[in-house]
Ligand binder design. Sequence first.
Ligand code: AP5
Length: 209
Amino acid sequence: MSSIVLFGPPGAGKGTQAERITTSTGLPQVSTGDMLRAAVKQQTPTGIEAKEYMEAGLLVPDSIIIDLIRDRIKLPDAQAGVMFDGFPRTIPQAEALAQITAVSHVIAIEVPDERIVDRICGRYSCGNCGSVYHETFNPVSNSGCECGDFIEKRRADDNKETVKSRLSAYHEQTSPLADWYDNKGIFHRVNGDRDINLISDDILLALKK
Ligand code: AP5
C-alpha cells in the first residue's frame, strides 16, 4: 500500500488535479478540507470545533485532523493507498502520517501568491457532484456540469480576507514540509501556473519516477 500527497498553497489546484488524475492513479481522493466541510454541515462535534478555525482561515488543530485521517484510512477503498489533498499541512501531521501509511510521492503544485487571490475568489463548484470551476479560468460549459444537474455553490472561506490568513498559515506552518519531504527523496515540484491539462500531464510523469 502506498499513497500520494498533493501539496501546495490554498487555490493551487490540488482539488482540480486530484479530480482529473484519480482515474489514472486508481487512488481515491482524500481531502481533509472536504471532510471538514461535511462535518461542519452535519454539525458533528468535529465540525462544530473546526468551523471557527476554517472561517478564520486558520489550520484546524492537528489532533482533530489526525483522528479524521486514522478513521478514513481504515475504510475498504483506502486499502491500496489514497491521494491526499490538503493533508498533511504541518510537520506533526506528516509524522503521524508516516506511522499510518507509506507515501511514495509528494507532488508540490507551485503557484505564486499573487495568483492565489483571483483563483480563490473566482472559484465555484457544482453542488450536486462537487466538480470545481472558475469564473474566468475554468467556467462550467453552457450545457452545464457533466453530472447533468448543475447547482452553483461557493465556499464560506473563499473571500479576500480569509485568503490572506490561509496564505500566512501556508507559509508559516505548511511550507516547511517541503524540506521535510525533500530530505526523504519523494518530493516533486510541478509548475502550477499554467494550463490545467499541462499540469496534469506533469503530475502523471512525476508519479512514474
Ligand atoms: P482546503 O479545502 O484544503 O482548502 P485549501 O488548501 O485552502 O485549498 P483549496 O481547496 O482552497 O484549493 P485547491 O488547491 O484545492 O485549489 P482548486 O483546485 O479548488 O482547506 C480549507 C480549510 O480547512 C483550511 O483553511 C483549514 O482551516 C482546514 N483544513 C483542511 N485541511 C487541513 C489540515 N490538513 N490541517 C489543518 N487544517 C486543515 O483550485 C482553485 C481555483 O482555481 C478553482 O476555481 C479552479 O477552477 C482554479 N484553477 C485550478 N487550476 C488552475 C490553473 N492551472 N489555472 C487557472 N485556474 C485554475
